[in-house]
Design a protein around this ligand. Structure first.
Ligand SMILES: NC(=O)c1ccc[n+]([C@@H]2O[C@H](COP(=O)([O-])OP(=O)(O)OC[C@H]3O[C@@H](n4cnc5c(N)ncnc54)[C@H](O)[C@@H]3O)[C@@H](O)[C@H]2O)c1
Length: 448
């Protein structure tokens, strides 16, 4: 099949590479010339495990190519995916201007039947607007061409994007045209050979809303556990035990129940807020989702407060903190809405100095936030002469560090752990001051 993907970011590039991997001919397009130039030189504009190898192989075997021309994409593909960004606007809604801009460009270049697919996360009604926009442009051109527009939201996780795309839990397709249904089924059949029921056909509005509902549900679990962690701290309970205790209930399940400094990234914060905005606009109450967002906004601030509380009157001025992790989660260089930015900013405002280390996200973090941060070459040199370490992203390499070496490097062995990576008792025994989220060292009752 011939496929065009417009927007070559985290979603578009993975989508293009994975469709090419299944034997299709794919053209990936982006307005960002720099990205297209990089891809032309065999370099990736982003970090995603396994993506470089997949892109290289498919480019070398002639199934994947890149361009900055939307009209070329429209001519080349029988399926045209729109995978451009839908960032948050000033009011908290999803800004769909890039999606509609692509729709206009498609209308300007359309020359026959195509299936246009909104893969970007868009508020209910946007896919209809895409259709109307293409129609309007065609009308201006004096053309009456047939085309179909389908909603196919993406559920991949950065860091595991390729396996998510190749082995999806489900493929949601919102459709109101029978012709396109058969073609969409054929397009996705290779991804669900063992279980064709993984393709869920539904109406367009339900498909669009499913994406927001999924992200809001996952965000809800995280904020719920963060609230539990605060209650644990106040009561002396341990959120790890509470998590294990509820996660073993098959109705609840174990995933997305970790307390921490809050969720970030390019999806949850903006999608939760966009859903609140949609509900508001329609006069529907969204109290649960609004609370999820409010709890999350508080989490990074709470970490800064914990650090300030620890130092009390002495304050943070003149202290140096090592920060481990800048990306919003491990295995990605995506720093959009990363809690690291808010925590570092909060510490800097208190007069602290920051030395940070991240395995891949240093450049994107520096580019996006331009904070006065010193960047270290590795996780241990980051600790030299610091007053404390703040762990923000749970990269694998941070999970079992050499604590003896850490203690030697740090002026004071103090760890603020924003992801509950270490055992409080173990660290206490080794002479660390260890402050995490919703957990305290066990106070054994020696008399019983
Ligand atoms: N990143 C994720 O994990 C993820 C997961 C699921 C869904 N989504 C959704 O997918 C969409 C894309 O997200 P992303 O993270 O890949 O964004 P991104 O910012 O990484 O990439 C978007 C790309 O679109 C390009 N672009 C913008 N306007 C364009 C135009 N008119 N023509 C061609 N290219 C254009 C940009 O230059 C950019 O390269 C968003 O709606 C997002 O919410 C993202």
């Amino acid at each position: 099949m011939r496929i065009s993907v417009i927007g070559t970011g985290y979603v578009g590039l993975v989508t293009g590479a994975c469709f090419a991997h299944m034997g299709n001919n794919v053209l990936c397009v982006d307005v960002d010339r720099e990205k297209i130039d990089l891809l032309g030189q065999g370099r990736l504009p982003l970090y995603e495990p396994g993506l470089k190898e997949l892109v290289d192989r498919n480019v070398n075997e002639g199934r994947l190519s890149f361009s900055d021309s939307t009209s070329e994409a429209v001519r080349a593909g029988e399926f045209i995916f729109i995978a451009v960004g839908t960032p948050m606007d000033e009011e908290g809604s999803a800004d769909v201007q890039h999606v509609l801009d692509v729709a206009r460009r498609i209308g300007e270049a359309l020359d026959g039947y195509r299936i246009i697919i909104t893969k970007s996360t868009v508020p209910v009604g946007t896919t209809k607007k895409v259709k109307a926009t293409v129609k309007e442009v065609l009308k201006k051109r004096g053309l009456d061409l047939t085309f179909d527009v389908v909603s196919n939201p993406e559920f991949l996780k950065e860091g595991k994007a390729i396996s998510d795309f190749l082995n999806p839990d489900r493929i949601v397709i919102g459709i109101d045209c029978p012709n396109a249904r058969e073609r969409m089924q054929a397009l996705y059949d290779p991804f669900c050979r063992t279980d064709e029921k993984r393709i869920l056909f539904m109406d367009v509005a339900s498909a669009e809303l499913t994406k927001y509902a999924a992200n809001a549900m996952l965000a809800t679990r995280i904020s719920f556990m963060n609230e539990m962690a605060a209650i644990c701290e106040a009561t002396g309970a341990n959120v790890d035990h509470v998590r294990a205790g509820i996660g073993s209930d098959s109705r609840i399940g174990r995933r997305f129940l970790f307390a921490g400094v809050g969720y970030g990234g390019s999806c949850f914060p903006k999608d939760v807020r966009a859903l609140i905005k949609t509900a508001q606009t329609l006069g529907v109450s969204s109290r649960v989702i609004a609370a999820v967002d409010a709890v999350n906004q508080q989490q990074p601030r709470q970490m800064v407060s914990k650090i300030k509380d620890h130092y009390g009157r002495g304050g943070l001025a003149g202290k140096t903190f090592a920060v481990w992790g800048l990306s919003f989660k491990p295995e990605t260089d995506d720093v959009r809405e990363s809690p690291a930015a808010q925590i570092i900013d909060g510490l800097l405002k208190e007069g602290a100095k920051i030395r940070a280390y991240d395995p891949v996200a240093k450049e994107p973090f520096d580019r996006m936030y331009a904070l006065p941060v010193e960047y270290a070459q590795d996780m241990y040199s980051c600790l030299e002469g610091v007053d404390a370490m703040v762990l923000i992203t749970e990269w694998h390499q941070f999970r079992r560090p050499d604590f003896v070496r850490m203690k030697q490097l740090m002026v004071k062995p103090v760890i603020f752990d924003g992801r509950n990576q270490f055992d409080p008792d173990y660290l206490l025994e080794r002479g660390f001051t260890y402050i995490s989220i919703g957990r305290a060292p066990v106070n054994w009752d020696r008399n019983c």
